[in-house]
Ligand binder design. Sequence first.
Ligand code: GDG
Length: 478
Amino acid sequence: MPTHDLVIVANRLPVDARTLPDGATEWVTSPGGLVTAMESVMRTVDSGAWVGWHGTPGQAPEPFAADGMHLYPVPLSEQEVSRYYEGFSNGTLWPLYHDVIVDPEFHRTWWDAYVRANRRFAQAAVSATAPGGTIWVHDYQLQLVPELIRSARPDVRIGFFNHIPFPPVELFSQLPKRNQVLRGLLGADLVGFQRESDAMNFVAAVRHLLGYQVDQYTVTVPGIGSEPARQVTARSFPISIDTAAVSALTEDPALQERAAELRRELGEPAKIVLGVDRLDYTKGIRHRLKAWGELLDDGSIDPHDTVMIQVATPSRERVDAYRQLRDEVELTVGRINGDHAPIGRPAVSYQHRSFDRRDMTALYMASDVCLVTALRDGMNLVAKEYVASRPDLRGVLVLSEFAGAADELRAAILVNPHDIDELKAAILQALNMPEEEQEQAMLSLRRQVLDHDVQAWARAFLAELESVGAPGGGTPAP
Ligand code: GDG
């Protein structure tokens, strides 16, 4: 008997398996903004659940509880991981939705696996949800899930949030099965996006490709047969971070000491410049390194007193484009260091591994400049984390206008990362910014980030879902 009032559906459960010395499995909650946000909204309902893949191919473990949440693992076979997740999700949709920075690949076997996997997630959500409950589906891997749920359970409210950009219709139109994807999303009562432009792109695609009536951000989905028409709302809800958690860390004296120690370990440079990204071609790491290399070549930066730290967290290592990117980045870092690093100190300190949250915050606290140069990014949480880590009001954020965060963080130095000269100038401007100016900009950035945390984001989405989604078939069209 389904019992949960609020069910989250995401590709991954918020836990990782760890094998204990005696061979038993322990589940460790994976830290992250989404988990924190969901924990906070789950506390407001009688019973909350999360449906998702547990991270290893093969059979799924039985449902279990972790941190007050009921977790329902969805099984994926080795072939489904390769075709649904690495294939259609990360080899087709990810590049297409990020402005075709690399060529998307289309394979019908990938699509078939995507449909199969989406059905399984939808089925698990349907079984877990109480009558009249709410289901919140997350991200591009699960775009068919809203419609699949609606056809089985017209009694529930369905929300969908897309964490990545939604492309302009000219690009979206390239997607084979594009109409199935749109219809899948339109199963929701509320479709949320990071930026207003994403919501606009979505409704434009619905109008152009399906011919449905659109009034600003409201789509009227015609009923089939005797079914009444329904309305679906598209809106932007810019995601944020758990600012209270970051603030608490910055007040920890051990972390303040760690930040000072990091500077000492790097030889007390006058300036530290930081980049933190998943190693992904959307993040503009190559553009950033090109600009950095040229600034060293032309003598604008002295590697004896300025260091760049680039954290590049391993990501999607079985997808070809990611392997190639890693090779290129590592070749470039090697060249820059070979050409410029003083003995015993790097010009670029390249870190291809994960750091824990505390070390990450210490890095933000130790850095004078943070470079976010994404070529396209839904939001970019690193930009917000850097700002939240600077209660001292020092530090400068250089932010790509192609990251969703640029809509809100107007006091950053905004750049077009494709323009290497502009990027170089922005880096120099950041390195030379007087303290007073840094304080002014940081104050304004912090106001924005501290006033809009991830808990508020989740509450706003669910409140809107409650107001637009009428259980019993969605909002009927007037
Ligand atoms: C997608 C969208 C959107 C990174 N390395 C380590 C580490 N991280 C953390 C960062 C940050 C998160 O990972 C990355 O978030 P981003 O927003 O930068 O990017 P995506 O992973 O691409 O996320 C994006 C996001 O969804 C949310 O909607 O903003 O646009 O692409 O929190 O700090 N954390 C730790 N160690 C690392 O080594 N602990």
